[in-house]
Design a protein around this ligand. Structure first.
Ligand code: ADP
Ligand code: ZN
Length: 741
């Protein structure tokens, strides 16, 4: 076995900061990492965005040998590997998208022990041709562990069963000593049990995280007339990327078209598009070329975009589990994000209709069990949407997790809607059902109550009833809410023969006899605009955030990676708030590991400094707090904002004299700065300061008398060469020799 060459860390937190830039573990991560290092089998159940990847990535870096990550989605693999490489981690993947030469090269790197993480699809891992290679890896470098991502694919009870996953247990027989870690975001007990069993995990350490995603804001809005303009406003007001889910392809296309007409940057995604279109649209979304995706639920599984800021369900989801998973694609990075559900009774009808279509194709008989389950699931969605309790409480209860409520991050907690006494209206409604002889549906009852003169009303002479027109004081919408509520509270019945005829029951009569009060929660008329005014400071940070996003996008495009690979939104936000102006300060931002500090520190600091200058925000003179950057570049002098300011002006083409004037500082100070910048290996244009032929002469002198003191060099060269020139050239000489060391 090849000994691992990993740097040693005193604490796991140090390793976390070094590789990933984070200061602390998320709940559960540390225990999992420890158990993995102790070679235990593991099952990790964490909601989307909980930070599962780190649970196997960090142990992989700290253990000897190669960790093999089984992942079902090729597109995702590439992104994950890119993100790791960007953190300076040796990771690679093998899948069918690679050519033979590339594959051979990667295999050689693995056998040479220079790769810590290998991502591979299950069918390849288990193929006859791959297993011998795996044996070789096992002998030469050692297999540190198997991490089975999306482990619910092993279960028929999950929503994404993949038969290949079943064969993964054969790895257990082949490599009995190698620990196995299963990871999933699936919340149901049945799937969890299945994973343990199917993968044959041995006395595993099981971590089940809370499914409460505290950063997500949940809201339900009535989908009334004018819902589209509400949606449009929402999209315009909420910055960042978003997904809008619709029930059908047709609706996706229609909504995309309308939004595009309204100038929104949006693309569609559904199964009716060609593979190529789909993958292009997806890539453009991930890379922030387009801000919004309107999609059927075919979209989202396996897209690894952590900075989705909102998910809107413009149509009703099929069940609460899907709602949780789909809306949960927002805010994987832990940043505040919104999940908005538009809810209408018309949608319930549509879904009800679809459920009734579930028939056995052979016999033509209804599939009663399936229909029953589907109706029950629909019922739960309706209860969620109509509920007045904390939304989280309802969702988590669905997953068997008890939550006290009062989350302060859902519409019901932030704007509680008191139940109103609608007894009188209920009496009117029910007596209208009675007067029309329980032979009509809700629409007609409401027409009668509101005094409509439509043909059906007149034809049945319902305009002559005592209940005709007694409900003009409320909108049809409000009556509908009352009617639905009576149904849900069991105070009224409705036939299920497809005609939805309203029928009275014993409780209806109690209401009509005034023996039973009726309370109804009416939805907000106008959802309040959130975040209407931002204080000045926050606005400044918002603008800088946008600037930094722009820079991130440019860097991402240069490197052909998704922007989040460069930095997460949360890191940009911290930068925008704390405005770091030195590498040291920058390195303290969560998400800035040692590799990213080195790669991107300068450019971001420059952007921040020029932002501050443009907007007249005083720069901190951070020279006093600056310490040598032993992490970034050993031996290099420490730099602070004042140096970067000089560098900035220099790169804008100003001469040292002009810089001195602009900064009202001594010319000597400017040369000091330039010298330090050069020595630290920054991009100073030395040719613009000292003509190349003069540089050559000065270098020759340094080579003869040494770089230590200035005076002997000057004496060697004579008066024709200034001390300034010598210092600059010497600085470059030094920077190069440190680099060679
Ligand atoms: P999951 O696979 O569970 O959906 P990821 O592993 O993709 O989640 O992590 C979600 C996000 O959280 C990523 O952007 C990741 O970098 C970030 N993250 C993970 N662990 C931490 C941590 N300890 N501190 C801060 N951010 C973290
Ligand atoms: Zn709540």
């Amino acid at each position: 076995m090849i000994a691992s060459t990993t740097p040693s860390f005193e604490t796991l937190e140090q390793a976390l900061k070094h590789y990933f830039g984070y200061d602390e573990f998320r709940p559960g991560q540390r225990a999992v990492v420890e158990a993995a290092i102790a070679q235990r089998d593991l099952m990790v159940i964490m909601p989307t965005g909980g930070g599962k990847s780190l649970c196997y990535q960090l142990p992989a870096l700290l253990k000897a040998g190669l960790t093999i990550v089984v992942s079902p989605l090729i597109a995702l693999m590439q992104d994950q590997v890119q993100a790791l490489q960007d953190n300076g981690v040796e990771a690679t993947f093998l899948n069918s998208s690679l050519g033979l030469a590339d594959t051979r090269q990667r295999e050689a790197a693995i056998l040479a022990g220079s790769i810590k993480l290998l991502y591979v699809a299950p069918e390849r891992l288990l193929s006859e041709s791959f297993l011998p290679f795996l044996d070789q890896v096992h002998q030469q470098v050692g297999i540190a562990g198997f991490a089975i991502d999306e482990a619910h694919c092993v279960s028929e009870w999950g929503h994404d069963f993949r038969p290949e996953y079943r064969q993964l247990r054969s790895l257990r027989q082949r490599y009995p000593q190698v620990p196995m870690m299963a990871l999933t975001a699936t919340a149901t007990q049945r799937v969890q049990d299945d994973i343990l069993h199917q993968l044959d995990l041995r006395d595993p350490f099981v971590h089940v995280a809370s499914f409460n995603r505290t950063n997500l804001y949940y809201e339900v809005r009535p989908k009334q007339k004018g819902a589209y303009s509400e949606l449009l406003n929402l999209v315009r007001q909420t910055p960042g990327s978003g997904i809008i889910y619709c029930l059908s392809r047709k609706k996706v296309d229609e909504l995309t078209f309308r939004l595009q007409q309204d100038g929104i940057s949006v693309l569609p995604y559904h199964a009716g598009l060609s593979d190529k279109e789909r993958s292009e649209n997806q890539t453009r979304f991930i890379r922030d070329d387009v801000r919004l995706m309107v999609a059927t639920i075919a979209f989202g599984m396996g897209i690894n975009k952590p900075d989705v800021r909102f998910v809107i369900h413009y149509d009703l989801p099929r069940n609460l589990e899907s709602y949780y998973q789909e809306s949960g694609r927002a805010g994987r990075d832990g940043e505040p994000s919104s999940c908005i559900l538009f809810f209408s009774y018309a949608d319930i009808k549509t879904i009800d209709y679809l459920i009734a279509q579930k028939i056995n194709p052979q016999t033509g008989e209804p599939l009663e069990d399936e229909q029953r389950i589907a109706r029950q699931q629909l019922r739960q969605v309706i209860d969620y949407a109509e509920g007045t309790d904390c939304r989280r409480k309802i969702q988590l209860a669905y997953f068997g997790e008890s939550f006290a409520g009062g989350c302060n991050n859902c519409d019901n907690c932030l704007r509680p809607r008191p139940a109103e006494d609608w007894t009188i209206e209920a009496m009117k409604f029910l007596s209208c059902v009675a007067r029309t002889k329980e032979r009509f549906g809700m629409g007609h009852i409401i027409d009668v109550l509101r005094g409509s003169r439509n043909q059906k009303v007149l034809q049945h002479r319902h305009d002559e009833l005592s209940t005709y027109g007694i409900g003009k004081d409320h909108s049809a919408e409000a009556w509908k809410i009352l009617g639905r509520s009576l149904l849900h509270q069991g105070l009224l019945d409705e036939t299920t023969d497809g005609y939805s005829i309203l029928k009275l029951n014993a409780q209806s009569w109690e209401v009509m006899r005034k023996q039973r009060p009726v309370f109804v929660t009416m939805p907000d008329r106008k959802p309040e605009a959130r975040d209407a005014t931002l204080p000045q400071r926050r606005e400044e940070a918002e603008r800088l955030f946008d600037r930094l996003r722009g820079l991130r996008k440019r860097i991402a495009d240069e490197q052909n990676v998704p922007p989040y690979v460069v930095f997460a939104d949360s890191s940009l936000r911290l930068m925008a708030q704390s405005m770091p102006q030195t590498l040291e300060e920058f390195g303290q931002i969560s998400g800035v590991g040692s590799r990213k500090l080195e790669q991107y520190g300068d450019r971001f600091i420059m952007e921040i400094i020029s932002f501050c200058q443009e907007r007249g925000i005083p720069l901190r003179n951070a020279a006093s707090s600056a310490k040598p950057q032993d992490d970034a570049s050993p031996g290099a002098p420490s730099l602070s904002s004042t140096h970067f300011y000089t560098l900035d002006l220099h790169l804008q083409g100003l001469s040292p004299e002009e810089i001195a004037e602009k900064r009202s500082s001594a010319l000597r100070t400017v040369y000091d700065h330039l010298e330090k910048l050069i020595e630290a290996g920054r991009d100073v244009d030395l040719d613009a300061l000292v003509p190349p032929e003069r540089q050559a002469v000065i270098e020759a002198a340094i080579a003869q008398v040494g770089a230590f003191a200035l005076k002997p060099i000057r004496e060697h060269l004579g008066e024709a060469y200034s001390y300034e020139e010598i210092r600059l050239v010497r600085a470059r000489w030094r920077s190069q020799s440190t680099a060679i060391d």
